[in-house]
Design a protein around this ligand. Structure first.
Ligand code: PNS
Length: 157
């Protein structure tokens, strides 16, 4: 079974990586799909994010990194994927995630969303938190893969 792990990944955090590593054990293939969202102004370009995720997931055999535009379910269909993988951190994630899962199901009933509970130590972690800390000169080495920390320090130097 092929699973899509869609997201913004601006940047990928250790919380995302935890979901990818665990997803890789559950599914034949996990496609990490970076959304090209023209209405957002990201820290890193889609191309850079793809490179960053590829480098952080080098140790995993069944991971592909790609980007997509438009609807996630249409992308899933085009990749013959029947599962959307998402992480759930805290209760406040649940409302948005459930809305997305239900919406996606109405768009294509061939899709199932599978939620993994984020590992406890990363339950507070988000890409926005990482950017906020880095912006004010804080340490982010414990929050993101090594290559990402390096890129972020360069960005804010
Ligand atoms: O990392 P994020 O920003 O929480 O990921 C959100 C994402 C990319 C999964 C979601 O915004 C999405 O699927 N966008 C694509 C547009 C779409 O399919 N919308 C309908 C389902 S809500």
């Amino acid at each position: 079974m092929i699973a899509i792990y869609p997201g913004s990944f601006d940047p990928i955090t250790l919380g995302h990586l935890d979901i990818i590593e665990r997803g890789a054990k559950l599914f034949e293939q996990v496609i990490v799909a970076v959304l090209c969202n023209p209405s957002k102004s990201p820290l890193f370009s889609v191309e850079t994010r793809i490179e960053q995720i590829r480098e952080s997931t080098q140790h995993l055999r069944n991971i592909e990194v790609d980007s997509f535009t438009g609807l996630t379910v249409e992308y899933a269909k085009s990749r013959q994927a029947s599962v959307l993988l998402r992480g759930l951190r805290v209760l406040s994630d649940f409302e948005k995630e459930l809305q997305m899962a239900h919406t996606n199901q109405t768009l294509w009933d061939g899709i199932e969303t599978v939620f993994l509970a984020t590992t406890k130590e990363y339950s507070f972690l988000s890409s926005s938190i990482v950017k906020e800390i880095a912006q004010f000169g804080g340490t982010i080495d414990h929050l993101v893969p090594e290559n990402i920390a390096r890129d972020i320090y360069v960005y804010y130097s």
